[in-house]
Design a protein around this ligand. Structure first.
Ligand code: GLP
Length: 236
């Protein structure tokens, strides 16, 4: 079930999201938090980093799992989800081995997905999953198609994903995606889906009004019992 709340602007949405996440972390200090990259959650992550600076013990047991990654880019490429998450939040929290995620340029991508899938099988399920909404309805790199994958897998990137603004600063060109699967997301105890900006109007409309179908992967989130959907007025 999607519990939808709309906020007047991106800042209000981000503040509410950060407050909600901090509440969750206080309830479950050792929570496994799965985080998307992208422009939508950036302000929320900066606010979490500020909360950590003001209260250093707040995230002392938190674990973070990177949701997805551009495959074929060097790990330090400015466009990777790795760089993004480290710079917006992860480095500030000093998580050490409490931060886990895909290598962006593994020798064997399938084996890398197996490594992350094994880690999640041993350390999961995800407590809280923070997701953005792709313009084509993707979540992570679970791309529209006739079938979806349950667990970590190598994804064929859609044109919509290859047009993502993150790649504007890439030094290489990703040739595939690495992502957790739909079952991993649906097994999370709760999901926070953030949707912001006029470019998300049509996908948000489809999410709220359309049927559940693999050609619009975010629609499967309606099968989950605890999804918070926070959007801003620009996306309505
Ligand atoms: C990207 C990522 C997703 C992200 C989504 C939306 O392709 N794979 O994890 O959530 O698209 O990104 P944005 O928030 O920049 O619109």
């Amino acid at each position: 079930m999607l519990q939808h709340a709309t906020f007047p602007d991106h800042e209000a949405m981000s503040r509410h999201a950060a407050d909600w996440l901090v509440d969750r972390m206080r309830q479950v200090p050792e929570a496994l938090l799965c985080l998307a990259a992208g422009s939508t959650p950036t302000r929320t992550y900066h606010l979490l980093a500020e909360r950590h600076a003001a209260e250093p013990g707040l995230f002392s047991r938190l674990r973070i799992l990177k949701l997805d990654e551009w495959g074929g880019l060097a790990m330090d490429d400015p466009a990777t989800c790795e760089r993004y998450l480290r710079e917006t939040l992860v480095d500030a929290l000093n998580l050490g081995d409490r931060y886990v995620g895909f290598d962006s340029n593994p020798a064997d991508p399938e084996a890398e997905c197996g490594r992350v899938a094994d880690w999640l099988a041993r350390n999961g399920p995800i407590d809280t999953c923070v997701l953005g909404l792709g313009v084509n309805g993707h979540v992570g790199f679970n791309e529209p198609g006739p079938a979806l994958h349950p667990h970590a897998h190598v994804a064929r990137l859609s044109e919509a994903s290859l047009g993502h603004a993150m790649l504007g600063q890439a030094q290489g060109r990703p040739t595939y995606g690495l992502t957790l699967g739909m079952a991993d997301l649906l097994h999370a105890r709760n999901v926070l889906l953030l949707v912001s900006g006029t470019a998300k109007r049509e996908p948000l409309r489809q999410l709220l009004e359309g049927p559940i179908r693999t050609e619009f992967p975010a629609s499967l989130l309606a099968l989950h019992r605890d999804v918070r959907l926070f959007s801003d007025a620009a996306a309505r």
